[in-house]
Write a protein that binds this ligand. Structure first.
Ligand SMILES: [Zn+2]
Length: 272
């Protein structure tokens, strides 16, 4: 029996980091306008291509957006909400949570929640760490702040319930691996000298293979995508291609993280 009621779950998750992808690494980067403009491509150009593509298939997705980007780009947030997309928590300044004091981590949580609540009318349901890492206290904070799901760990290909200090919660973890992250293949910048751009066709091949195996095993697939990267002309066809491949299999549910985690939670709580 399929774990989710509406088919194999494919979660298209987007991180709209904008300029925070650089300022969170080093505040001094704010004085490098061309580097910063590489982040601006996400909200100026890439996001609109992504929105158009999702609209063509009538799909809804989840967008993890740092609080200050929510505040700075209301026209983007309004466009996402108009099309039924979900806005979820991705820190406030994209600061790496594992480097923060408890007070600073709480401030990142609270400011990010407040920014999303002001823009959408409701607090965010889900959380993804901006740095791909958590602090030891993050899971307890997610429970205390009332999150319904999170998407951070790399230890499984199926959803599970997050534990806090050995005690189960009802927070659904949607694990994500680096091989399903566009940044692994496409991120490239003068301040990241080790990164080499990969050919888009190779990435589509990797993701198609992932999807086929994950679907055959009745698990789920979480793609992590950045509009600044996947929204470039040679790369958008990778997203289009994986959507087409998923739809061609006939039994795939491409949906928002909040909907899919709400669907999975009762069976996870029941031990299924
Ligand atoms: Zn990010």
């Amino acid at each position: 029996m399929a774990l989710a009621t509406r088919g194999f779950p494919l979660l298209l998750t987007f991180e709209l980091d904008a300029e925070t992808i650089w300022t969170a690494r080093d505040p001094a980067y704010a004085a490098r306008p061309v580097l910063m403009s590489q982040g601006a491509y996400g909200w100026k150009i890439g996001i609109w291509r992504v929105i158009d593509l999702l609209r063509r298939y009538a799909l809804q997705a989840t967008f993890f957006v740092p609080g200050i980007v929510v505040e700075q780009r209301p026209q983007v947030i309004e466009a996402l909400l108009r099309d039924g997309h979900e806005i979820a928590h991705h820190g406030h300044t994209h600061a790496a949570v594992e480097t923060l004091t408890e007070a600073a981590e709480r401030a990142e949580m609270e400011h990010g929640i407040a920014a999303i609540r002001r823009a959408t009318g409701a607090p965010p349901r889900g959380y993804r760490s901006p740095s791909g890492e958590l602090s030891r206290r993050t899971p307890a904070l997610l429970r205390d702040y009332g999150f319904g799901y999170a998407s951070n760990f790399r230890d499984d290909d199926s959803a599970y319930l997050l534990e806090v200090a050995g005690a189960p919660t009802d927070i659904v973890e949607l694990p994500c691996r680096a091989v399903m992250d566009d940044a692994t293949f496409f991120e490239h910048a003068p301040v990241l000298p080790d990164r080499v751009m990969q050919p888009p066709a190779a990435v589509l091949d990797v993701w198609t293979s992932e999807l086929d195996t994950l679907e055959a095993e009745d698990r789920l697939m979480v793609l992590t995508l950045h509009p600044a990267l996947i929204g470039q002309p040679s790369r958008l066809p990778v997203l289009d291609g994986i959507i087409q491949h998923a739809l061609s299999t006939g039994d795939v549910w491409i949906g928002r993280c909040d909907e899919i985690s709400d669907d999975l939670r009762p069976r996870l709580l029941a031990g299924g």
